[in-house]
Design a protein around this ligand. Structure first.
Ligand code: XUL
Ligand code: CO
Length: 440
């Protein structure tokens, strides 16, 4: 194994909650079985290449702040170093998966052909490293938002030339993901939106976007790629308005354009809060339709209000998230929990990447343990079932079966009079949640 992280000489181990060692898992025990599945199977944790190996700590007010041993040599040499650092990191951490954008793992060349050649060369190295280490690709994607050619969008660009370029780039990134056995392929519409309606033909852009996704669906069929397609909603940033605003909007768009069956949703916690939702709201909306495909595990900061991509540490949020994931038959399926998260600028050491990921994995493991206890005891479910019990009555069944009419309901109300409000018991339920969280 190469040595980009010499401070870590053996894999991070599970030591249990009594351990006080920061470089150990207190809660994430890959082999522990919860609800019939191991923790490893519940989570399928992934390391995101862009933050972990291309992140520099730069922000709007300051340049790169982190020195990394893998940033040495020519662009292609750096790419090789970063790739090997990724596999070393995943192995030492015990994360079974990684995720990338095409331009994270290989530098963009002077021409499209050169960019493709760079990517192919790195994919060949990645394939070898995957075989050597057993680390797998959770998903790949194309970066169709950083290069200035995508300033006005990729699939929604008013210039068909830019559209064609993006479609070609996505084709190549899909082929790379296919070659590496990627289990999913993600579409995040980084600049698929608008800055001002004054220069935007909204209807035209929606149609273009559907055509863009249809091309990928067709290519998938042609090549036999079996990875799951995912759309990752985000309401804004970098654009003022992003078309994939939230899960409900994306599902509506897919339905309207005959694309519904081809995609599931990749939900990111910080994107949910940017949309004015909770993380668990977005997970619940997707799970209700069996469309919860994968998760970008991070958290935002309510006081900052932008996409801060912090490592998850909020146990209320991870518990609520796991309760929502339970709502979907089979849980996360072939998706996973990808840490689309970065250390704060002040966390300057490569070692901080370990602390951050260990903390995130432990935070979700605790969420899973608590959610499982709540579910096993029906601590919330019994109350919810009781709350809707009247729908099991003949009247409720008649309405749900579509047999009631406005007239039949008018007659029923004439006979039965006023409904009596019943308590929703919010405070009682919040206290039950607290008891499980602290008691577990
Ligand atoms: C940006 C974001 C992306 C996607 C992949 O906010 O979340 O990194 O996850 O393009
Ligand atoms: Co993301």
């Amino acid at each position: 194994m190469s040595d980009y992280f010499p401070e870590i000489q053996s894999p991070i181990l599970f030591e249990g909650p009594q351990s006080r060692k920061p470089l150990a898992f207190k809660w994430y025990d890959a082999n522990r079985v919860i609800g019939g599945k191991t923790m490893a199977e519940h989570f399928r944790f992934a390391v995101s290449f862009w933050h972990t190996f291309k992140g520099t700590g730069a922000d709007m007010f300051g340049p790169a702040a982190w020195a990394r041993s893998w940033n040495a040599g020519s662009p292609m040499e750096i790419a090789g170093h970063a790739l090997r650092a990724n596999f070393e990191f995943c192995q030492k951490l015990g994360a079974p998966f990684y995720c990338f954008h095409d331009r994270d793992i290989a530098p963009e060349g002077g021409t499209f052909a050169e960019s493709c050649k760079n990517l192919d060369a790195i994919v060949a190295q990645a394939k070898q490293l995957q075989n050597d280490t057993g680390i797998k690709l959770l998903w790949g994607t194309a970066n169709c938002f950083s290069n200035p050619r995508y300033t006005h969008g990729a699939g929604t660009n008013p210039d068909v030339h830019a559209f064609a370029y993006a479609a070609a780039q996505v084709k190549h990134a899909m082929d790379a993901t296919h070659e590496l056995g990627g289990e999913n392929y993600v579409f995040w519409g980084g600049r698929e939106g608008y800055e001002t309606l004054l220069n935007t033909d909204y209807k035209q852009e929606q149609e273009q976007f559907a055509a863009f996704l249809q091309l990928a669906v067709d290519h998938k069929k042609k090549t036999g790629f079996t990875g799951q397609f995912l759309i990752e909603p985000k309401p804004k940033e970098p654009t003022k308005h992003q078309y994939d605003f939230d899960t409900a909007t994306v599902l509506g768009f897919l339905r309207a354009h005959g694309l519904y069956e081809h995609f599931k949703i990749n939900i990111e916690a910080n994107h949910a809060t940017l949309a004015g939702h909770t993380f668990e709201h977005e997970l619940t909306v997707a799970a209700a339709e069996g469309k919860l495909g994968s998760i970008d595990a991070n958290q935002g900061d309510m006081l900052l209000g932008w996409d801060t991509d912090q490592f998850p540490s909020n146990l209320y949020s991870t518990t609520a998230a796991m309760l929502a994931v339970f709502q979907q038959e089979g849980g996360i399926g072939v998706g996973g929990f990808n840490f689309d998260a970065k250390c704060r600028r002040g966390s300057v050491d490569a070692l901080d990447l370990f602390y951050a990921h260990i903390g995130g994995m432990d935070a979700f493991a605790r969420g899973l343990i608590v959610a499982d206890k709540i579910a096993a005891d029906n601590a919330l479910a019994n109350f919810v079932a009781e709350r809707y019990a009247s729908w099991k009555s003949p009247l409720g069944q008649e309405i749900l079966a579509g047999k009631a009419t406005s007239e039949s309901l008018e007659a029923w109300v004439m006979q039965h009079g006023e409904p009596k409000p019943k308590s929703g018991r919010q405070e009682m339920l919040e206290t039950i949640l607290n008891d499980y969280l602290i008691g577990a």
